[in-house]
Write a protein that binds this ligand. Sequence first.
Ligand SMILES: Cc1cc2nc3c(=O)[nH]c(=O)nc-3n(C[C@H](O)[C@H](O)[C@H](O)COP(=O)(O)OP(=O)(O)OC[C@H]3O[C@@H](n4cnc5c(N)ncnc54)[C@H](O)[C@@H]3O)c2cc1C
Length: 411
Amino acid sequence: MKYSALTLALQGLRNHRGWRPAWRNATPKKSYDAIIIGGGGHGLGAAYYLASKHGIRNIAVLEKGWLGGGNTARNTMTIRDNFLYPDNARFHHAAVKAWHTLSTELNFNIMLSKRGMTTVLMSERDLSDAQRMVNTTALFGAEHRIIDLAELQQRLPMAASPERLPIVGGIHHPDVVLARHDAIAWAYARAASNLGVDIVENCEVVDIHCDAQGVVGVETTQGRIATRKLGMAVAGHGKQVAAMAEVTLPIETVALQAMVSSPVKPVLDDVVVLRGFNTYFMQSDKGELVMGAGTDPYPSYSQRGSPQIPESVIAAILQVFPMFERMKFMRQWAGVLDITYDNSPIISKTPVDGFYVDVAGSGGFKTTPLAAKMHADLIANDRPDPMINAYSLDRFATGRLILERASYGNR
Ligand SMILES: Cc1cc2nc3c(=O)[nH]c(=O)nc-3n(C[C@H](O)[C@H](O)[C@H](O)COP(=O)(O)OP(=O)(O)OC[C@H]3O[C@@H](n4cnc5c(N)ncnc54)[C@H](O)[C@@H]3O)c2cc1C
C-alpha cells in the first residue's frame, strides 16, 4: 500500500478500517541467504539495502524484542556531523546528507526537521578546539561557523550573561536535523518487508554456528536457522553476540541517559550544547525540553542509568539558563551503548568468514542510513567500500585508531 494524501483521504472515508500492517510478522524459515541480527534502524536498514540495492531477497532480520525497541527508540534524534578527524568528518557528513531523501525513498514520513545546533563555548581552549573542528569539517563540505558573543546572545537571548559565566562565543551548525527516531525503524521494516524480507520479532539469537569455512547459521529462541552470511547490528549487545562466534570486540558497554521536562510553549529552535558541562538540550515538537549528557561513568548493561547524570544535567542547564528553574521534570530513561575505544564506528568483516559487524562507536542514530548501506554492501560483496576502510576491526591491532574526541564534547 503506497502512503499518499490520496490514500489518507480514501482511508478517512472508510473510517480508517482499510490500513494494512506496515510489515509482515514472519515465521522464520530453515535457511536464508543472509541474516541480520538486530531489528533497530541499522539492522533493518541493512536488510532493506541488501534487498533493494544488491538483489538479495531471501533475508531475515531477527529481533529479540520488538522492532526499534533498543536504542533506536531511546535516542534524542540529533543528526549532526561535528567530528574532528577526517575519516569521521567525511563519513558523518555523508550520513547527514543521506537522511534528506529517506522519506521519499521509503515512502514514509520520518518527520525530518531542520533545527540547527548552537554550542556554547566557555574557554579559550574550547574556542581553539572548535576552530580546528570547523576547519576540518569544512574540507568535507559541512557548514559550521564560530560565532562571537554578540551573535550567541542574539541566538540564545535567555542564556546567562558573561558577567555570570565565562562564555566566550559559540559554534553555529545550521545543518543539524532531527528525525522521528522510531519512524526510521518502521520505515525500513515496511520497505524491506515489501521486498520480501522476513522480519521476525521475539526471536533472540543465542548462539552462532561456524565451521572451517565460516558462519553456517544461528541458534535462536525459535530454532536453528542456516545462513552463510550473517550481519550484526545489536547496539549495546555487540560484545556478547560477537562472542558467540568467538570474535572479541574492543568495546565497552555503558548507559546513556536522556530526560524530558513537561511541555511548554515554543522557546527554543536550536539544539543547544553546553560544551563546558558536556550537556545538551532542545525543545521537542511537543514542547518538552529533551536533555542529555555524556555516558554514565562506568560500564553497565542496565537501561536505567545512574542518578548523578540527571542531577548534573539539570544543574548545568540551570547554570546557563536560569529561566528554566520552574520547569517540571517529567521522565528519564537510558539505553546501553557499545562504545569503541576510539569512539569511532566499526563496520567490518571479522576473522570469521561470513560474519560482519556494524557497531556505532558512540552515538549512532545519525549514521543509520549510511552505516546500514555500507553494512549491506560489505555483506553482499565481502569487501569494504572505501568510505568505511578506516572502520575496520584491524585498526585495533595496527594502531590506526581514529581517536575522536569531538563525538563526546560536541554532542
Ligand atoms: C539516551 C540516548 C540518546 C541518544 N542520542 C543520540 C543522538 O542524539 N544522536 C545519535 O546519533 N545517536 C544517539 N544515540 C545513539 C543511538 O540511539 C544508537 O547508536 C543507534 O540507535 C543504534 O541503532 P541500532 O539499530 O544499531 O541499535 P538498536 O536500535 O539498539 O537495535 C539493536 C537491536 O538488537 C536487538 N538485539 C540485541 N541482542 C540480540 C540478540 N541476541 N538477538 C536478536 N536481537 C538482538 C535489540 O533488542 C535491539 O532492538 C542515543 C542513545 C541513547 C541511549
